[in-house]
Design a protein around this ligand. Structure first.
Ligand code: ZN
Length: 427
């Protein structure tokens, strides 16, 4: 009870702007949520975005809806690239005014609640949403725009889950014809999911990973591909003509104008993410020429792509959490010594058989080092692909065994966290 009393006084001060017009319970929930997040940060328990939202929603189950009301909201969902695309989209929409966003990748309703409570009243919100929670978050936040990036399996062979997710999205969007959908024309699963929406803007950002979309989700027939095009061999489902297209180092807008995209983030994958951000921002009336300078200022995202200098080595961190994102990481990494680190702890998935779904041959012509709990699974996999490698026992040993210059580090989830922690200790 003490905490509640503390927070009602808090609410009468700084929170007046965000909670105006809200029911009392929502005001109380908002302030308790903010205080819990602040306490959690003060106690050194992370950024508080989960605990704050969790407590707020316990007090007022409709808190997310209350906080979202009055804002123009964009949601970003998909298996890969959503944290980066959300950050780029928030930067682009920022042309128009202040944007609330869940920049720490806390992408479930607790994280959204916390992000909106923390930012106070903003005219705009751009939220990254876990694929499974998209229907619920659409219902609660009544977004103006929903961006659908891609659907692929996470670690294991869960192609069935991919189809179920596409079905879930499709049903949800059919119930919300007022939402503007911005969707990836290159992913058959996404195209099918978005086909139930009457208002779709298509972008083409490429699809490197095809293994989870070779069967048509509508008719079960094989999907054929040629160049960038694809079509179902048994029903009318086929690639729609995109309005936003990645071409060379830039993006073509719906008017046919090409814009050079200069990013600090590596790889063609991120030009695709920028194209998506421009398409979403376009739905809010932002022109590429206004948004592009803001995109070019985005450097690292929740530690990803971070570059750290140590002992004359420039270390760049790339996170690869599932088969599709390993292929993307190979695309982003420079032709330089590369450290691969694999764990198989709970958040990574305990089974490493997915390694056989990824083609490691792009790494053949560079020095490759391996480490992590499951380095030896990786060793076997690399041998099959004829990629020479060296095993090292630690990140430090890796650092000492490469010449000065760039060291690319590609790691899965907990391996990435381990290396980040090690770098933070010294810096
Ligand atoms: Zn079909």
């Amino acid at each position: 009870m003490t905490v509640w009393q503390l927070d009602v006084t808090f609410a009468s001060g700084t929170l007046a702007g965000v909670t105006d017009g809200m029911p009392l319970i929502a005001k109380v929930a908002t302030s308790v949520s903010k205080t819990a997040a602040a306490l959690s940060r003060a106690a050194g328990r992370g950024d508080g975005s989960v605990i704050g939202g969790w407590i707020g929603l316990k007090i007022d189950p409709d808190l997310l809806a209350h906080l979202a009301s009055g804002r123009a909201v964009a949601l970003v969902s998909g298996t890969n690239g959503k944290t980066t695309t959300t950050r780029l989209t928030a930067a682009a929409v920022g042309v128009l005014g202040r944007v609330a966003t869940n920049s720490f990748g806390a992408n479930m309703p607790t994280g959204h609640t916390s992000a909106l409570a923390k930012e106070g009243h903003t005219p705009f919100a751009v939220l990254e949403v876990d694929e499974h929670y998209l229907p619920q978050v659409i219902d609660q936040t009544r977004p103006k725009v929903v961006a659908l990036l891609n659907l692929s399996r996470d670690q294991l062979d869960r192609a069935k889950e991919v189809a179920m997710m596409a079905q879930l999205w499709k049903t949800t969007l059919a119930g919300h014809p007022d939402i503007r959908v911005v969707a990836n024309a290159d992913d058959p699963m996404v195209v099918w999911a978005a086909s139930s929406s009457p208002q779709t803007t298509w972008f083409s950002a490429g699809q490197r990973w095809h293994d989870d979309s070779f069967v048509c989700p509508e008719s079960g027939h094989p999907i054929e591909r040629s160049g960038g095009d694809w079509w179902c061999t048994g029903c009318p489902l086929r690639r729609p003509r995109p309005q936003w297209v990645v071409e060379d180092e830039g993006v073509i807008d719906p008017r046919g104008d090409w814009h050079l995209v200069k990013l600090q983030l590596p790889g063609r994958v991120n030009i695709g993410n920028a194209a998506t951000a421009l398409a979403v921002a376009g739905e809010f009336g932002v022109r590429p020429i206004e948004a592009l300078p803001r995109l070019s200022r985005v450097a690292s995202i929740a530690g990803r792509y971070a570059q750290v200098d140590r002992d004359g080595r420039n270390i760049r961190l790339l996170l690869a959490k599932n088969p599709a994102s390993w292929l993307e990481a190979f695309d982003m990494a420079d032709q330089a010594p590369t450290l691969l680190s694999i764990n198989a702890r709970d958040p990574d998935g305990l089974d490493t058989s997915w390694l056989y779904d990824v083609d490691f041959s792009p790494l053949r012509d560079r020095p490759v080092l391996i480490t992590g709990d499951r380095a030896f699974d990786l060793a076997v996999r690399l041998q099959v692909n004829h990629v020479p490698f060296r095993h090292v026992n630690s990140f430090d040993e890796a650092l000492r065994s490469v010449p000065p210059g760039r060291l690319e580090v590609i790691a899965n989830y907990t391996a990435f966290q381990d290396i980040r922690a090690e770098l933070d200790r010294v810096n």
